[in-house]
Design a protein around this ligand. Sequence first.
Ligand SMILES: Nc1ncnc2c1ncn2[C@@H]1O[C@H](COP(=O)(O)OP(=O)(O)OP(=O)(O)O)[C@@H](O)[C@H]1O
Ligand SMILES: [Mg+2]
Length: 439
Amino acid sequence: MTQDQPPHEGTFPDSVWMDVLSAVDRTYADLVDYQERLERQNAELESLRSFHASVLASVSDILIVVSRTGEVEEVSASVPARTHLARAELQGRPAADLFAAADRTALAAAMRRATDSHAPVTIEAGLLTPDGPCPVEVSLSPRFDDRGRSAGLVLTARSVAELRQAYAELERSHAELKAAQALLVRNEKLASLGRLLAGVAHELNNPISFVYANAHALERYAAKFEQYFQQVQAGASREDLMRLREDLKLDREVRNLRDAVHGARDGAERVRDIVEDLRRLSSEGSGEMETFDLVAVTQVAAAWVLRGARHKVEVVTTGLPTLSVTGRPGHIQQVVMNLVQNALDAVEEVEVPKVTLDHAIVGDLAVLSVCDNGAGVPDALSQAIFDPFFTTKPVGRGTGLGLPISHKIAEEHGGRLVLAEKAPGACFRLELPLDRETR
Ligand SMILES: Nc1ncnc2c1ncn2[C@@H]1O[C@H](COP(=O)(O)OP(=O)(O)OP(=O)(O)O)[C@@H](O)[C@H]1O
Ligand SMILES: [Mg+2]
């Protein structure tokens, strides 16, 4: 008797039973495993199906999945709602049948084109509804299977009227945006005009009071001379006249008279210069492009800001002595005033405040760099500072419009305004096109 043979008929050794039992166990475990996998896959399939169904139910556009042979495979809930045909009625129909007869040839051609070119094609067609054909814009996108072969198309369509309405809304928002932007520019102009006027008032005050004081002195001298000449005319004696001349201190007053005339003229000249600056600023804001010296404009702009400054700051001009650019000098002056004002604000707490204005030519660009030794702009804010109304200044000190408007003006000139990396402090670079002859 060999070991593999049963000892008696119908009986097996324990080892065989053990093998059988463990085989049963394994099979059972495999079965359980298989069932679990099946349930999991079922659940996944179920959730995919309900996801699929929820998408098809909620998509408001017309969505039609078309087979390779052109029949409807699946539709979004919006299709039965618009065509008044049940989903089951729609499935299997040629997709072209859902559209007006006159559009079917064009639709078939568009389907072929989308499939052949592997790219979406858009056409207008009339979707058949109980109220007649509804004009829709149809976008046909080709579908492909796992191996990249054509599997049909997906048609999405939206009513042309809806599209027009959306477009009109877009246009309206755009117009509103433009109006708001124009208002911002106007407000900023008013704000900088306000700053300018404060500077003007402050600046004119000095020479005018100078002229006034000197004119007052002249009046006094004139009164004395009148008195003296009256005596001369009245035939006063030489001694009397000598005494009067002494009493009235006429010899000294003659010297003073000259000083007063000079003083009044200096004051008047200062007023004339200020008016000249102002006239340049206002007339050049008109929008005419012209060739001008950026360095001169920078100097005038910086001088204006400094006049209104609350504290003393060293402003150094470096680089080229002249720099000919093309643009609107009034607008550029406004940009420089904003940059210099920001620099002054940034160095307010600095012990030895310093602002540098550097002029250079880089390639075919004129570059003005306005740098300060303040705290600089934190990395996280380097973009935000160009946003309208972004300001870190207290209420009443800043509107947050200086940089965005300046940025816009630079772009209108075909140039750029950027925050250049430079520590310590901030360094803003204004790049403008060079005058053609300088290039
Ligand atoms: N030179 C600079 N150094 C440090 N921070 C700056 C500098 N220039 C601008 N900033 C930052 O950018 C912000 C925005 O500047 P912007 O000129 O647009 O507005 P503002 O100066 O706050 O107000 P406005 O210019 O309208 O009076 C400032 O509040 C400040 O935080
Ligand atoms: Mg500012």
